[in-house]
Design a protein around this ligand. Structure first.
Ligand code: NAD
Ligand code: UDP
Length: 436
């Protein structure tokens, strides 16, 4: 059944891939993001993959409720959209092959979404956009791309006014809550910022949901909630004990959501504990785009392979693992995204609160991942052995059986696919830096 889903943090890494899968499943998607760790162009690329050439910024700023909400745009100035930012869809899938330069855009030559893209049109009538009818300052702060079913609000999730305006403008069926800060090291340095953004943001969101009578939420939790000295594979009932402020924000939010669901029967909550998301969309135009120097292994390996970083530092080779390097459960970001769609599809049948691991159940060492990446990119990835990173566990992987049982979902993409897709994305970024 077609639904309208609010995706907070939907311009980010996992959120953007989830938007693609939601649109492909026929849902309407409203993204709320303050772009603190993402780019506006991600919205454009989501729309392109979804099979519609119209992107963001829009050739027409569509704001069907120019004054009703009375709410000022939040945290941004709405720049006048370009009348020519339209890419004619070159292939049946709606996705440009990587490495091609986009052909000169035209303001009107836009195809309605083809069913060959795997994306069913969902009852919207297509109207050719006017390149000039621009409302440069929609007072609701909502930008819409009706052709792709994608809407965007640039706002902070702690902004109650922006949330109320959004819920007034769209009849939201469920929320997927990605918006948050995610750097473990940064959370140790700036704990108040993390508690404010992650916990404070969730409280503001839940209060707005309650005001709007929206009671379905899927939350991005993390394997970091498990006790580091626990014995993998981690099951949902394994001992908890996050080792840093970031992990504690995740556990606190899990507890808040659990208390909320216990307080009123109308709530349905799904807590998804991700293991190590990796890879990119197979189109090569969407992927992880960290601002600053990346912390995680896969983006570091990618940046070494493309020559942006000189060499990888392997944090320790004296762990009790087969090759001495740390072992993690890497999961393709598209599998993760599909898991969210599955969670939404099952939410009515699930208990009031469900906690589910999203992982593959397979552990991969740092050096195994480096070797797989070298196969994918066809060049060596230079590395040196460095000291262990403080706080790192030796081995961390999931037992994903509960998600398979509850959602009928399991990860299907392997490590080679993750590396291949991450490499394609890395190359696209290098070639299209100016577009990002
Ligand atoms: P990301 O940084 O790419 O995406 C997060 C998005 O949220 C960004 O677009 C950012 O601009 C936005 N955002 C942050 N604070 C906001 C706020 N206050 N208001 C509005 N927007 C805000 O991160 P990601 O990897 O896509 O992670 C998404 C979620 O999944 C996060 O909650 C993260 O903690 C969780 N998670 C990520 C991983 C991982 O390894 N990537 C693992 C486990 C859990
Ligand atoms: N790692 C590494 N070099 C890096 C980044 C990470 O050797 O530049 C190792 C890290 O020690 C761990 C694994 O790669 O064993 C995964 O680290 P990541 O930060 O991606 O995920 P997490 O440790 O949060 O699970």
């Amino acid at each position: 059944m077609k639904q309208t889903i609010l995706v907070t943090g939907g311009a980010g890494y996992i959120g953007s891939h989830t938007c693609v899968e939601l649109l492909a499943a026929g849902h309407e998607v409203v993204v709320l993001d303050n772009l603190s760790n993402s780019r506006r162009s991600a919205l454009d690329r989501i729309a392109r993959i979804a099979g519609c050439g119209l992107g963001f910024p829009l050739p027409v700023a569509v704001d069907p409720r120019p004054t009703a909400s009375g709410v000022e745009p939040v945290g941004r100035s709405f720049s006048a959209p370009s009348p020519v930012a339209v890419n004619p869809r070159p292939t049946a899938s709606g996705v440009e092959p990587v490495g091609d330069s986009f052909s000169a855009p035209t303001p009107v030559a836009v195809n309605p979404r083809p069913t060959t893209s795997g994306v069913e049109p969902v009852g919207r009538s297509f109207s050719a956009p006017s390149p000039v009818a621009v409302n440069p300052r929609p007072t609701s702060g909502i930008e819409s791309n009706p052709e792709s079913g994608l809407h965007f609000v640039e706002a902070d999730v702690r902004d109650a006014g922006a949330l109320d305006a959004l819920f007034a403008a769209h009849r939201i069926d469920a929320v997927i809550h990605f918006a948050g800060l995610k750097s473990v090291g940064e959370s140790v340095q700036q704990p108040l910022r993390y508690y404010d953004n992650n916990v404070g943001g969730t409280l503001a969101l839940l209060a707005a949901m309650r005001r709007a009578n929206v009671h379905r939420i899927v939350f991005s939790s993390s394997a970091t909630v498990y006790a580091g000295d626990g014995q993998p594979p981690f099951r949902e009932d394994s001992a908890l004990g996050p080792a840093n402020p970031y992990g504690r924000t995740k556990l606190m939010i899990e507890q808040i959501l659990t208390d909320l669901a216990a307080s009123a029967p109308e709530w349905k909550v799904v807590l998804l504990r991700y293991f190590n998301p990796a890879g990119a969309h197979e189109s090569g135009i969407l992927g992880e785009d960290p601002k600053g120097i990346p912390n995680n292994l896969m983006p570091c390996v990618s940046q070494v392979a493309v020559g942006r970083l000189a060499q990888l530092e392997v944090f320790g080779n004296d762990y009790p693992t087969p090759d001495g390097t740390g072992v993690r459960d890497y999961i393709h970001v598209v599998d993760l995204a599909v898991g969210h769609v599955a969670a939404l599809g099952a939410i009515e049948q699930l208990p009031a609160v469900s906690t589910l691991n999203l992982g593959t159940g397979r552990g991969v060492s740092v050096l195994e991942l480096v070797k797989a990446f070298e196969r994918a990119c066809g060049r060596p990835v230079p590395y040196r052995i460095a000291p262990r990173r403080p706080g790192d566990a030796a081995v961390n992987y999931s037992d994903p059986a509960e998600a398979a049982r509850r959602l009928g979902w399991r990860a299907t993409r392997d490590l080679d696919a993750m590396c291949r897709d991450a490499w394609r994305w890395q190359q696209w970024q290098a070639q299209h830096a100016a577009e990002l």
